[in-house]
Each structure stands twice: as C-alpha cells, then as structure tokens.
Design a protein around this ligand. Sequence first.
Ligand code: GLY
Length: 398
Amino acid sequence: MNKTKMLKPLMVLAFSQVLMWSCCDKSELDPNAALDHSVDKVQQVLPKLTEYNMYPRCVEDGEKEWHTVGVDDWCSGFWPGVLWYAYEQSGDEKIKEKAELFNAPLKKIAFSPAYDHDIGFQLYCSYGNGYRLTGNPEYKKILLAAADTLATLYNPNVGTIWSWPRKKEYPYNTIIDNMMNLELLFWASKNGGSQKLHDIAVSHAKVTMENIVRPDYSAYHLGSFDDQTGEFLRGVAHQGYKDNSMWARGQTWGIYGFAIAYRESKVEEFLETSIKMTDKFLERLPEDGIPYWDFDAPVTDSTPKDASAAAVAACGMLELYYLVDDDQLKTKYYNASVQLLSLLTTDTYLSKEKNDAILLRSTGHMPKNSEVEVPIVYADYYYMEALLKLKKIQATTK
Ligand code: GLY
C-alpha cells in the first residue's frame, strides 16, 4: 500500500487517540527520577549477588530475592543490561565494574555452537550495551562472533532463523520474539561483519511479517514451516492463550522488532507492520491501561497482568516516535508510551521495598503456570531502556 494512503486512516485514529491520552496527566512522570529510583534499587541489591555467572531472572511467588539462573538461560543477558543502564544513568564506576563481571561469563555463548535464537537477547543486551557505553574492542569482537553464531541458524529455504531447534514438537519453528534478535545482525553488518547478516535479518523479518503476523496485525507466538519448501504449516500459541489469540508480550516483541527492522533496513512494510501492531495493541488495552498476559484470555479478578509487555511496548512506541514523519503520529506514540511508563511507575507496579526487582507483575509462561504475575528481569530491563529513551527525547525537544 502507498504510504500516504496508509497513513490517512491512521491519522484520524491518531487524532482520536491523542485526545484520549490527553485526558491523563503525563507531566507527573519524571524519567530521571524513575531512573534514579531504579539505580538505587540496583545499588541495594548488587552486594547480595556475588556469583558473577548466576543471573537474576525472576522473584518467585512469596520470595523477596532474585532467583538466579546460569549463563545458558535465555534471560542471562538482561541483568548485565540492567547494570549497563544503571551505569549510563548514574556514571557509578562500581556498577560498571559489576556489569563487566557479569558480562564476562556470557562470552562463551558467542563462540559455542548456536543453541537457539536467544543469543541476541543474551549478548546484545549485555555486550551490546557494554560496547555502546565503553567502546571496549574486545566487546566488539564478541558481538561480531555472536552475530555469526546466530546466523548459523538461518535456513535459506524458509528465509528465517530457526528459533528453537530443540523444540521437536514444532518442526522448523520461528517465533515472534526472534524479531528482537535481528538487531544484533543489523549491528554486526554495519560494524565489520558481513552484508549477509543484514540480508538474513531482512529476509527473516519479511517471512515473519508474511506468516506469523496475521492479517489483523495480531501475531502467533510461533510459526512452523516446512524446512525444505519453506511452506508455512501452522501458527501456534505456545506461551499464549490459544492459537489465534493475541499473546501480550509477543505482540510487543513484534511492535518493537519491526520498528527496529525498519530503522535498519528502511523497508516501508516493516514500519507499516510496527504501526499496525501498535494500533492493535492500543485499541485492545484494558481500561486500566496495562495488558493482561493475553488479550483474549478470559478476564476475572485474578487474570494476571504482564508489566513486561507494557515496558517493551513503551520502548517500541518511543522508537516509532523517531521513525514516523507525521507530527500527530509522533505525539500519539510518545503519549501512549508515557502513559504506559506512568502506570508502571506507580505503587501498583513498582516493587519499592517489596523485593529485589524494580517492577512487579510480569507473566512469563502462563500455560505452564510458570512465572505468573511476578517480577521478571526483562521487565526491569525494558522499563529502564524506555525511560532512557524518553529522557533523551525530552532533552532534545526542550
Ligand atoms: N522469549 C520468551 C518470552 O518472551 O517469554
């Protein structure tokens, strides 16, 4: 579709949503104060974490302290990422030293055979931020190796990365989350890696857009393909409620992932996909403004929320703020993002003294009854990422 045609109805929607969001007082959110609070939290918790190859993942129900996991866990990169963001905000050299210590054991992932697509989360959140903030040449080498390792999972017959080779119940699979791990490939191709890495990322995003994103711009969690012909076989819920439902975090991986894919490739359809996935997300938000774990799950008093989806969506919409040309759309996504972050920065979602995490109430894998409405480290990571993005936007528009 031509871009002007596409944007017209969106502008009408944008205007109505700008009005909708303008009813709420967003001047209350001070990203600097919220970031300082996050840094305080990190400084309080750090002395308890002395095994640098064990990474906070979640706070289990009834507990106060982080449950930690090893290097190979898909969440291992988020804690070093939180530390790099805390260092970025505070300039505290002690936090930087800890970030380096927690980064170090992850190096082996870059130089081992690829286990799954999570190499992107594990290495880009840790070494990617570390390299951005320090320029350490050793980190660059590790990131370039990590991108090459991730690319070994690419199947040219399908045109995607094989997200979870170990999950034999879904023959050749690609998941919406994998959109987030293309950033490592795009980065590597611009920083001394092969052009092929860029091409793989573009192909992966196209095939995901055509098959895993549904015509109504909600997404399956997982798509299964014939690994010889590339034929799309079926879409599956996996961590969602049912196969055709809208799993909240998956929707936001798509929002943010396609925005990044557009930023790096300038393929217009990726921008259109991110915008439409965002609009679907905003249209379907419940009255209190924070998504339940799946938009189609039956809602009762005990239906779990997913703060992590709100944090990822806030990042995605602040990315869109930079990418769209239209001022009303910029305002719409900026305001919607501030609204989500404001809601997360309240006593309903901030942990404060309750436990070691920054945020409460994220949901990991509801169908397995695992990590249901508890603090999860990636919510803290994307919350800080969004606040830093917001702070930068505010600094340039004052
Ligand atoms: N990547 C797995 C998840 O979002 O839970």
